[in-house]
Design a binder for this molecule. Sequence first.
Ligand code: ATP
Ligand code: ZN
Length: 297
Amino acid sequence: MKPRDRLRIAMQKSGRLTEPALDMLTRCGLTFRQSRDKLFCFGEGEPVDLLLVRDDDIPGLIAQGVCDLGIVGRNVLNEFQLTAGLETEPLAELRSLGFGRCRLSIAVPQELDYQEPRQLEGRRIATSYPGLLGEWLRTQGVSAGVVTLTGSVEIAPKLGTADAICDLVQSGGTLVANQLREADVLLESEAVLAGPLTLPVDERGDMLELLLKRLDGVIQVRESRLLLLQTSRHTLEAVTRLLPGGPQPTLLAVAGQPDQLMLQALCAGEVSWRQLEEIKKAGAREMFVLPVEKMLA
Ligand code: ATP
Ligand code: ZN
């Protein structure tokens, strides 16, 4: 294959992951010119292009070297790893991205009193994830029939083609609508950045490293808040003890008030009203909670 000097990222063309994936790449400073066929988007500014495809094709495109990276559900990536032939490149989950969260679960008809995997012995389970289901059954020491379907898995029990299913669940609404209930979780999934195990050692590798650093910043700031407050020196310890988790706070002097300090702390998650009120009681005042836009460690 001809060497490329531009990085190519595969993502879902249209579906659950499309919007959050694009949003994340935009936050990393990438912008794209959309071409008319919408399959290939040329990256403006940075040498990074997009390939818009079906999510199921993404791991294969990376393994074949057509793309360098992909944004795809862990469920699809792991299924590929389990079912692709030995001759294909193994892939790595480079980062977990925090959106597209769901579970790959066993669901059974509501009237079945499910207690343990052994009850699935000898039954037929419909799924689009034969690799992941097969591996789970093996680790549970259960032998069951795996009925592979590409869609509408949830109606298989009603149609009599399976006794249970193994499918993605988010809220559980689809299961309830089909008189099924979640019985066991095989995999906690979310969107991940998938790539090769070893990074290319050329310009693409440099760009990839830069992109991973930006992505880490984006993931970190999404959750982060900057807390600013004033406290006197004698309440500093009590106030500091109540600060939500994060790195050590920074202390600044307040001009003209030698007893006062300004404290700046990066917090790893939301700061609630309740927490603020507690910190205030400990002696803090002039408190601000600010969202963080960019971060580069
Ligand atoms: P494509 O046309 O790209 O094949 P699809 O129908 O396979 O689309 P979507 O339904 O858009 O894909 O789901 C994409 C990914 O979103 C899933 O692989 C999974 O990781 C994640 N996801 C999150 N919640 C759910 C859910 N409730 N049902 C299905 N997938 C979910
Ligand atoms: Zn798909």
